[in-house]
Design a protein. Structure first.
Length: 128
């Protein structure tokens, strides 16, 4: 799967054209905190493929009728979800490693016992 590049190479006019937006829209998204492009030493904005994907996602949400504050909240929640999933995967890996380590430390001289129920039946003794 191709991962989008983090390398910021597009100037604002090219990024706007690639995203199908006006450059002023990109500036507005930056002002509202929806986008944070890289900057050159001279202060010019530079956009990456990740930024372009984010712009397209913002456009999908606004086209669905969600206002910019709603979009901002959705993007925040999506980022939190990604972080929580990563944390859950890390915890699961740690748990698995701990279980494996515990199994390696079992005493090898112990023999497993089957869980079986023994029924004791008393037989009558002959009288005699």
């Amino acid at each position: 799967m191709n991962r989008p590049s983090l390398r910021a190479v597009y100037v604002i006019s090219v990024a706007a054209e690639l995203a199908g937006m006006h450059p002023q829209t990109l500036r507005n998204y930056e002002r509202t905190g929806l986008l944070d492009p890289s900057r050159t030493a001279g202060g010019s904005r530079r956009y990456s493929e990740v930024d372009l994907e984010r712009l397209r996602h913002i456009q999908e949400l606004t086209n669905a009728g969600i206002n910019l504050e709603g979009v901002k909240r959705i993007l925040t929640l999506e980022a939190e979800l990604v972080q929580m999933r990563a944390n859950a995967e890390a915890l699961a890996a740690t748990l698995h490693a701990t279980i494996e380590e515990t199994h390696r430390h079992y005493r090898r001289d112990l023999v497993p016992v089957q869980n079986a129920v023994a029924i004791f039946v008393e037989t009558p003794r002959p009288r005699g």
